[in-house]
Design a protein. Structure first.
Length: 273
């Protein structure tokens, strides 16, 4: 099942009515090949919630920020529902809360902010510059079953910065190019959300042997509404700000293939080395 197929299901089942959550027609499932360990790939669950939210928001309002907390595992081949609550809708912005509920347990929570452009004389251009070299698809990582998360068979990652997970690297920065193997009809915020989380935590490369790491909270800010060509690569660059006591804080940038800054990302990761 392709990513766009799952997005269509998410749009169909989302509801702002709590009564609808108990109706079987308002549930969906995803196959195990979208998992990361025993739970859904985090980028998938966040993207599905975003898609559920999107149909309740005026199209003129673009996504400014998306804050995701992974509360518990979201299991494959098991029905789940999504609820959407409009917290506030003002003249120029909308605040929304959404949840994934499976077996009567909250698994993922997303809070999102949408807005329309406003009149302002303040204009500060982007000060960051992409440090990636042009993409070379020959260096795309192959999917190796049993050695990589199952969801990895749906994405292409072409690393340029940092090292492979569990390689006892001394560096904690990470970067490269990313895209879906199955080219979508359009690239939306939902696609960017999912792809951004396809990269392993920056600190995983410093592990001396295989061990888990888990995203606890994740924050995305969109600099602009994406106008991207289906099939083009997106750039990703991330650094670690701090890691101690079993938790790490990392942030990064998402770029268009031409070098435009699309979004900023930050997450807190629990380490189990």
């Amino acid at each position: 099942m392709h990513f766009d197929d799952l997005l269509k299901q998410a749009s169909a089942i989302s509801s702002t009515s709590s009564a609808a959550l108990t109706a079987h027609s308002n549930t969906m499932e995803f196959p195990a090949n979208w998992c990361q360990g025993r739970t859904a790939f985090g980028g998938l669950s966040a993207a599905l919630l975003y898609q559920a939210i999107r149909k309740h928001i005026d199209p003129s309002r673009r996504l400014l920020s998306l804050s995701t907390n992974f509360v518990g595992p979201l299991l494959a081949d098991t029905p789940f529902s999504m609820s959407v609550e409009i917290l506030r809708q003002g003249k120029s912005s909308t605040q929304v809360l959404a949840k994934v509920i499976q077996s009567e347990q909250v698994c993922v929570i997303v809070q999102a902010c949408f807005a329309i452009d406003r009149q302002s004389g303040v204009n500060v251009p982007v000060s960051k510059e992409m440090g990636l070299k042009p993409v070379d698809a020959r260096h795309t990582l192959p999917f190796i079953k049993g050695q990589m998360p199952e969801f990895f068979q749906h994405v292409d990652l072409c690393p340029q910065q940092g090292a492979m997970p569990f390689s006892a690297a001394e560096t904690s920065h990470l970067g490269g190019w990313m895209r879906f193997k199955h080219t979508p009809e359009t690239i939306t915020e939902a696609h960017i959300i999912a792809l951004t989380d396809a990269w392993p935590p920056t600190l995983l490369q410093m592990f001396k042997q295989p061990a888990p790491a888990s995203s606890m909270s994740w924050y995305l800010e969109f600099v602009q509404e994406p106008t991207l060509t289906p099939g083009e690569w997106l750039g990703f660059e991330a650094i670690t700000h701090h890691a101690k006591g079993g938790y790490g804080l990392e942030d990064g940038c998402i770029w268009s293939q031409s070098g435009e800054l699309i979004a900023l990302t930050r997450q807190t990761v629990a380490l189990f080395d």
